[in-house]
Design a protein around this ligand. Structure first.
Ligand SMILES: Cc1cc2nc3c(=O)[nH]c(=O)nc-3n(C[C@H](O)[C@H](O)[C@H](O)COP(=O)(O)OP(=O)(O)OC[C@H]3O[C@@H](n4cnc5c(N)ncnc54)[C@H](O)[C@@H]3O)c2cc1C
Length: 395
């Protein structure tokens, strides 16, 4: 194989994480191929995507550097300035306020489909070779490179292969990397609702013994629309997904306890199974795992896609450094430090979110008595709230 046929990097999976990776590497002058099984449905303003993210400032800066954030902001973006978290069993709330951090906002609520759409729009001009629809059928590695066989019969080779093909990553299995999975026995029920009182650019989260219920402020409708993410035992999630609208709203109102006033459902409801999953390693030879392929975390802290993009930013720094020196960008020895650091940060986050979920999705006496005062105390110790927020915000 001549050098012309050899890519610097092949990215498999073009969700937010994979598409951002391909774009970042191509912008840095690398020769990049991107393989995706399904072309995304183009984003439409009149069909909001039910999967929305609480997007952190460091990742907004990353997408800004890639030249796509302005396009997202011009389409639909809701800044949030406050977070209010409280326990249904009582006690003081934990509150975060942009003013206390001298910021205009704490982060943004943005749709997955819009991010994917704007990232994909930037790929051709950056020179990314897109193979879609196609899937990986085989992987082999030697000392100098890794080769992929695609289902179309095409063969591609690269110095570095990146698995960004989601939680069920086939490429991760082909690379021989195992995962440790904990099934939460819960699902996340998502929907859009309109409410009588404005959301006030606030993310609300109420912890119930069955799991947290979050209201994320959504752009438009004069501040009267939110996206809900309601963690529930699996069967409850399915029951509430399938029940009629009036019954759903009665239960939602009871669970949220009224801060936003009477509500009206404005979308279908979808339930996603929730689990914690961590890959044993973030790399095997010249294959590196990114995003959900490496870690699936509980959505209660809104960190899933944020952790994934931090994998990419950190890897970009490592690869850039090698590329500037004309060195092999996929040399396993070069990736090891990145892989160790990301594995440990992601594992820490995944276990912390799990711990919170267990502590709060619980009506045993002791945790119930302890968590309200503990949260109130946290709320009053401002260096702690500052540190918590800075960690979540990636700054
Ligand atoms: C209910 C819920 C709420 C959430 N809320 C938040 C939140 O508020 N904030 C947050 O940060 N995160 C949130 N998340 C998590 C977030 O959705 C994921 O972390 C994020 O989608 C991961 O992005 P990814 O690009 O790694 O994977 P994915 O989005 O899963 O993308 C993987 C891509 O790979 C493609 N693919 C799969 N297999 C192959 C193959 N064999 N060959 C080629 N292509 C393939 C797929 O088609 C897809 O395009 C939430 C998740 C759930 C379930």
């Amino acid at each position: 194989m001549s050098r012309r046929d050899l890519f610097d990097a092949i990215v498999v999976g073009a969700g937010v994480v994979g598409a951002a990776t391909a774009l970042a590497f191509a912008r840095d002058g690398l020769k990049v191929a991107l393989v995706e099984a399904r072309a995304p449905t183009p984003w439409r303003a009149d069909a909001p995507d039910l999967r929305v993210y609480a997007f952190a400032p460091d990742n907004a800066a990353f997408l800004d550097d890639l030249g796509v954030w302005a396009g997202v902001a011009a389409s639909r973006l809701q800044a949030y300035r406050a977070m209010r978290i409280w326990d249904a069993a009582g006690g003081a709330p934990l509150e975060f306020d942009a003013d206390a951090f001298a910021r205009r906002e704490l982060g943004w609520i943005v749709e997955n489909a819009l991010l994917v759409d704007r990232l994909w729009a930037a790929l051709p001009a950056a020179g990314v070779a897109l193979h879609c629809p196609d899937r990986v059928a085989g992987l082999e590695q030697d000392e100098a490179s890794a080769g992929l066989l695609l289902e179309s019969g095409l063969r591609l080779r690269a110095r570095l292969v990146l698995a960004a093909d989601g939680g069920e990553s086939q490429l991760r299995a082909m690379a021989g990397i195992d995962t440790v999975t904990r099934d939460h026995g819960q699902s996340g029920l998502v929907a859009f609702v309109d409410h009588a009182r404005p959301h006030d650019q606030t993310c609300w989260q109420r912890f119930l013994p069955t799991g947290p219920l979050a209201f994320l402020p959504f752009a438009g409708e004069g501040g009267h629309r939110s996206s809900i993410v309601w963690t529930l035992p699996e069967r409850e999630a399915i029951r509430l997904r399938d029940t009629d609208e009036a019954a759903f709203l009665v239960e939602l109102d009871r669970a949220f306890d009224g801060p936003l006033g009477p509500m009206q459902a404005v979308s279908k409801r979808v339930a996603f199974p929730l689990k914690r999953q961590l890959a044993d390693s973030c790399m095997a030879g010249r294959v590196a795992l990114l995003g959900d392929a490496a870690h699936v975390v509980h959505p209660l802290a809104g960190q899933g896609v944020n952790l994934g993009l931090r994998d990419v930013s950190a890897l970009r720094a490592t690869v850039r450094d090698a590329s500037r020196r004309g060195a092999d960008v996929g040399a396993p020895a070069r990736l090891e430090r990145w892989a160790r650091t990301r594995r440990s940060e992601n594992a820490m986050a995944a276990h912390a979110f799990d711990g919170l979920n267990l502590l709060f999705s619980n009506d045993a006496l002791l945790p119930t008595l302890l968590r309200g005062p503990a949260m109130g105390l946290l709320g009053r110790v401002s260096p702690v709230t500052h540190a918590l927020w800075r960690r979540a915000a990636g700054i």
